[in-house]
Write a protein that binds this ligand. Sequence first.
Ligand SMILES: Nc1ncnc2c1ncn2[C@@H]1O[C@H](COP(=O)(O)OP(=O)(O)O)[C@@H](O)[C@H]1O
Ligand SMILES: [Mg+2]
Length: 252
Amino acid sequence: MTEPILQVRDLSVYYNKKKALNNVSMDFHPNEITALIGPSGSGKSTLLRAINRMSDLNPEVTLTGAISYNGHNIYSPRTDTVELRKEIGMVFQQPNPFPMSIYENVVYGLRIKGIKDKAILDQAVEESLRGASIWDEVKDRLHDSAVGLSGGQQQRVCVARVLATSPKIILLDEPTSALDPISAGKIEDTLYGLKDKYTMLLVTRSMQQASRISDKTGFFLGGDLIEFGETKQMFLNPKHKETEDYITGKFG
Ligand SMILES: Nc1ncnc2c1ncn2[C@@H]1O[C@H](COP(=O)(O)OP(=O)(O)O)[C@@H](O)[C@H]1O
Ligand SMILES: [Mg+2]
């Protein structure tokens, strides 16, 4: 068994007094896809935002517990959150390309780092767009606006933008739920294809998606992690009644 790349220990998250996540502990191993499932409001997005410290941006949020990335406490005062968010990238439900060209979207993070060498940028664009399975569709119009692409293409450009910053972990918050089924399938295949290189945490409402591509699944309910384990095991033989009810569509 490999060492976990990410460990969440006894994590509780509050919005003011309201507890949104209750004493959650999870380990994530390299090159695993973990699906996070559960009804709306169960704390899935709150967990993702704690992991890349996006929750710092909300002054109402307080946390207790610990999160470590490669053995380092990400809440240490020495953590550079800009660097952290490159190592732990995020893709959102609504595709959010910047209003600029496809090319500039992908190299955005590299430009901020001060990289100017055209050969390096060109190479990063091609590699990232290939990684996001969209190179062939856009290679002849890299300088067109990303906003003019279809929703599914925009989402793959957003995946490419994250890949260009060389993350180790990718957090995906319902990345396909705003897309039509064909575009959703392309994203799903893309994510599966990235498994060899990245560790992914995927919030999804689709039980089919979770069972098709994830290695592990965590089921959340009311801020509690009810059940966490191998996806196959959980879908075939859930240990808790609530898990069974949720995955068979009895609520949610
Ligand atoms: N910015 C916020 N301010 C106050 N409460 C919030 C905020 N975001 C989420 N919550 C609350 O925290 C709980 C968990 O929400 P969330 O993490 O968004 O759940 P999920 O992603 O599973 O739908 C919910 O009760 C939600 O209302
Ligand atoms: Mg959410």
